[in-house]
Design a protein around this ligand. Structure first.
Ligand code: GDG
Length: 470
C-alpha cells in the first residue's frame, strides 16, 4: 500500500478527535511518546498505526503533520474484551504484582489475539521493504511475532512501558507461552528497569527453555537455525526542556502563587498527581497523611495536600470501586480536620492542561509519588524538571522505575505507613540547603536522560540488531 521506512504501532494513534465549531478535527495528543517520536517521524518517511479512540469508527489512512496515520478499527465488543478486559483487567493487574486480582477470561484472550493480528496486518501493509517497526506496550504483545511471520524482512522493536513481573506471578497467565513467543518476534525488547528485563529472561528460560546470555536471547527457528533477540532496559523519560521552559514563564509562576493564595497560604503544600489507578498508592498516601493529622504532627493551618486524580478506565469495575474508596477517605479526613478557612486535602478528580500541572509543581513544596508498582512514573521526572529553582522535595516509592535513577529523592516503601509518615515529615522540614543539593543531583539526571535520548538509544540498538541480522 505505502512504503513507510519507519512505522510505530501503538494502541492509540497520536491524535484525538475533537469537535470544534461543529466540525470534527484531529489534535495532536499531549502524551510523552508522541513528543518523543515526533522528530523521528519527521525525519523519516514515517507511519503510525493505532486505534482512533472511538468504537466502531472505520477510517481510511490519512496524513497528519507529515505522518501517515493508519487507523485500526475496534468494535464496541472489542473495546470491552481486548482493551478494557484483557489489557486493563488481566495484563495490567498481573504485571503490577497482582495488586488487584487479574481476571483470566478465554473470550478476552480470543479477542486479544484477533485484535493483535489486525494491528500486525495493518503494520505489514504500510511498511516498506526492510523497514523498521516499533511496537509499543502490553496491549500489543503478540504483534512482534505476527509481524515477523508476515514480513521477515522487517527490523522489529518492542517497548514495554509497564513492569514485567517476577516469574512466580507471570506463570499464572494461562497464555504465558504465547505471550513470550509473541514478544520474542522482536529484535529488541525494551523494558523500563534492569529487573524487568531479567524477569522476562527468566520466564523465557523457564517456559521456553531458550538460552539467554547477558541481554541476548537465542531464539530458534523451526528449521533448527537461530537468531538473537536483545532484552534490555531503556528507561523512558520526558521532554525535560519543555517543562523547564514552562516553569520559567511569568504567567505560570503567577499562577503558582495564586494557587498557594487560594489554599490559604499554608506553610507547606504537598502534591500528588496520578491517574486514578490502584497501582499509584493513593490510598496509602491518604492514610499516612490522615494519621499525621490525627497524631498532631501536622495541622491543617500549616499543611495542605493537593491530590489530582485524573479520571481513568472508568468502565472497569476495580476502578469504580477504587474511586469510591478514595473519595470516602478524603471525605472522612476533611470532615474530621478541615476548618472553615483551611482544608486538609484538596481533591481534584479532573484532568488539567499541562500549564496548570506545571503551576501545581511550582506551588508544591513536597511531591508525593507513592506507587505500589509503576513502570517508570513520569510525574516524578516532570516535578524535577519543573523545579528550575532547585527547591522542593520528591518523596518517591522504590517500586517505581524512576527510583533507579532519582536516587537523591526521599525514597520510601509505601506499604510501610510509619516509614512513609516519617518521610513526609522529613520532607516538610528539610532545609533549603539539603533540598537544593538533592534537587540539583536529580535535575542533572533528567536533563541528560531526556525522552529524545531514550528514543535515540533504543533506535540505535535496533538499528544495530537489524544490521547484524541481515
Ligand atoms: C504508563 C506507565 C510509565 C496525569 N494527569 C494529568 C496529566 N497527567 C500526565 C502526567 C504524566 C502522565 O500523565 C502519566 O504518566 P505516568 O508515567 O505517571 O503514569 P501512567 O499513565 O501509568 O503511564 C508508567 C509511562 O507509561 C511511560 O512509559 O512511566 O509507569 O504506567 O505525564 O503528567 N497531564 C495533564 N493533565 C492531567 O490531569 N496535562
Amino acid at each position: 500500500m505505502t512504503n513507510a521506512q519507519f512505522v510505530v504501532v501503538a494502541n492509540r494513534l497520536p491524535v484525538d478527535r475533537q469537535s470544534v465549531d461543529e466540525q470534527e478535527v484531529w489534535r495532536r495528543s499531549p502524551g510523552g511518546l508522541v513528543t518523543a517520536l515526533e522528530p523521528v517521524m519527521r525525519a523519516t518517511d514515517g507511519a503510525w498505526v493505532g486505534w482512533a479512540g472511538q468504537a466502531g469508527l472505520d477510517l481510511e489512512p490519512f496524513e497528519f503533520e507529515g505522518t501517515l496515520l493508519v487507523p485500526v478499527p475496534l468494535s464496541a465488543d472489542e473495546v470491552e474484551s481486548y482493551y478494557e478486559g484483557m489489557s486493563n483487567d488481566t495484563f495490567w493487574p498481573l504485571y503490577h504484582d497482582v495488586i488487584a486480582a487479574p481476571r483470566y477470561r478465554r473470550v478476552w484472550w480470543d479477542a486479544y489475539v484477533r485484535v493483535n493480528r489486525r494491528f500486525a496486518e495493518a503494520a505489514a501493509s504500510v511498511a516498506g521493504q526492510g523497514a523498521t517497526v516499533w511496537v509499543q506496550d502490553y496491549q500489543l504483545q503478540l504483534v512482534p511475532a505476527m509481524l515477523r511471520q508476515a514480513r521477515p524482512d522487517l527490523t522489529i522493536g518492542y517497548f514495554h512501558h509497564i513492569p514485567f513481573p517476577a516469574y512466580g506471578l507471570y506463570s499464572q497467565l494461562p497464555w504465558r507461552k504465547q505471550v513470550l513467543e509473541g514478544l520474542l518476534g522482536a529484535d529488541v525488547i525494551g523494558f523500563q528497569r534492569v529487573a524487568d528485563a531479567s524477569n522476562f529472561a527468566r520466564a523465557v528460560r523457564r517456559q521456553l527453555r531458550y538460552q539467554t546470555k547477558a541481554s541476548g536471547i537465542t531464539v530458534p527457528y523451526p528449521d533448527g537455525t537461530t537468531r538473537n533477540a536483545l532484552a534490555k532496559a531503556f528507561p523512558i523519560s520526558i521532554d525535560t526542556s519543555s517543562y523547564a521552559e514552562l516553569a520559567q514563564r511569568d504567567d505560570i509562576r503567577a499562577r503558582a502563587a495564586e494557587i498557594r493564595e487560594s489554599l490559604g497560604n499554608p506553610r507547606k503544600i504537598l502534591l500528588g498527581v496520578d491517574r486514578l489507578d490502584y497501582t499509584k498508592g493513593i490510598r496509602h498516601r491518604l492514610k499516612a497523611f490522615g494519621e499525621l493529622l490525627e497524631d498532631g504532627r501536622v495541622g491543617v493551618e500549616d499543611v495542605t495536600l493537593v491530590q489530582v486524580a485524573s479520571p481513568s478506565r472508568e468502565r472497569v469495575e476495580a476502578y469504580v470501586q477504587l474511586r469510591g474508596e478514595i473519595e470516602s477517605m478524603v471525605g472522612r479526613i476533611n470532615g474530621d480536620y478541615d476548618t472553615v478557612g483551611h482544608t486538609a486535602i484538596r481533591y481534584l478528580h479532573q484532568a488539567y492542561p499541562r500549564e496548570e500541572m506545571v503551576a501545581l509543581f511550582l506551588a508544591a513544596d513536597v511531591m508525593l509519588v507513592t506507587a505500589l508498582r509503576d513502570g517508570m512514573n513520569l510525574v516524578a521526572k516532570e516535578y524535577v524538571a519543573a523545579r528550575t529553582d532547585n527547591r522542593g522535595v520528591l518523596v518517591l516509592s522504590e517500586f517505581t522505575g524512576a527510583s533507579d535513577e532519582l536516587t537523591s529523592s526521599v525514597r520510601i516503601n509505601p506499604h510501610d505507613i510509619d516509614g512513609l509518615k516519617d518521610a513526609i515529615v522529613r520532607a516538610i522540614d528539610m532545609t533549603p540547603g539539603e533540598q537544593g543539593r538533592r534537587m540539583r543531583a536529580m535535575r542533572r539526571k533528567v536533563l541528560v536522560n531526556d525522552v529524545a535520548a531514550w528514543s535515540k538509544s533504543f533506535l540505535e540498538a535496533l538499528e544495530q540488531a537489524g544490521r547484524s541480522a541481515s
